[in-house]
Design a protein around this ligand. Structure first.
Ligand code: JDQ
Length: 250
């Protein structure tokens, strides 16, 4: 997979060289390049922004500069991703879907964002264009959002990840639920013991305990996820027993 990131702060993307994403790059499964948007300016001040037409606070990024940068960067197979607080929400499903892409181009805006015609133009030109939010909070620009998405996507690239078992588990029974709590030695720490069942060696009991924990904390912290799973026949009768003990109805 090729990933190009366009930004006025390409140095922000430096951490992608490290850790998991760096390993994917070393393995040749992934190539990430950060480009300085100002390379496509022609004026002495390397201007990328202008005042908002119609009035209002702040500055807007110019479509002509973005157009030149994207024309030089997009390939025929590329998906254009524009981080935005007004985008569709980034999910594990979207990460999985994007992990089989040949080419992703992230257009990272700053200020009040990128002129709205840029997304429209590349849709009209036949590209897949996604305006994507990483959650309902406001960042100062698209760079951190792009890094979040790239990390989530890169760990799913076929042939990647240190421990493939963790990905298999993610896509199985626990899918759509929060993770169960995990423990390691020492068995007693600060007067707190690891739950006895985990030391029993009884694999079926351990699996059931972990599912109960996942169900309980999902019901407590993310009832929206329980509601979403309910009609999908994802729960057996024991699951419903656990949920009902927590005050769950229907
Ligand atoms: C940009 C901005 C509009 C603040 C400029 C480019 N999930 C998520 N939160 N914030 C962003 C994404 C994001 C992405 C790209 C961005 C924010 N800004 C700043 C723009 C209104 C408010």
């Amino acid at each position: 997979m090729q990933i190009d990131v366009l930004s006025i702060f390409p140095e922000y993307l430096a951490p992608l060289e490290l850790s998991l994403v760096g390993k994917a790059q070393e393995k040749g499964l992934l190539e990430i390049e950060a480009h300085d948007l100002r390379a496509w300016t022609t004026d002495r001040h390397r201007t990328v922004d202008d005042t908002p037409v119609g009035g209002g606070a702040g500055m807007v990024m110019r479509p002509d500069i973005w157009g030149k940068a994207l024309d030089d960067t997009l390939s025929e197979s590329a998906t254009l991703i524009i981080p935005s607080p007004a985008g569709q929400v980034f999910t594990q499903r979207l990460a999985t879907e994007l992990s089989s892409s040949e080419h992703l181009v992230f257009a990272c805006g700053r200020y009040e964002g990128i002129d709205g015609r840029v997304a429209e133009h590349y849709v009209a030109a036949g590209y897949r264009v996604l305006e994507v939010s990483i959650g309902d909070y406001v960042l100062n620009g698209g760079e951190v959002a792009a890094m979040v998405m790239i990390e989530a996507i890169a760990r799913l690239i076929p042939g990647m990840v240190g421990n493939p078992d963790s990905l298999v588990e993610e896509s199985h029974g626990s899918a759509g639920l929060l993770e169960y709590p995990v423990y390691t030695r020492p068995v007693t720490w600060q007067g707190r013991d690891i739950p006895e069942v985990l030391l029993s060696g009884h694999h079926a009991k351990i699996a059931r305990w972990r599912r109960d924990q996942a169900l309980q904390r999902t019901q407590e912290r993310r009832p929206d996820l329980i509601a979403a799973l309910q009609h999908d026949e994802r729960f057996d009768s024991r699951d419903y027993e656990v949920l009902r003990e927590q005050g769950f109805e229907e």
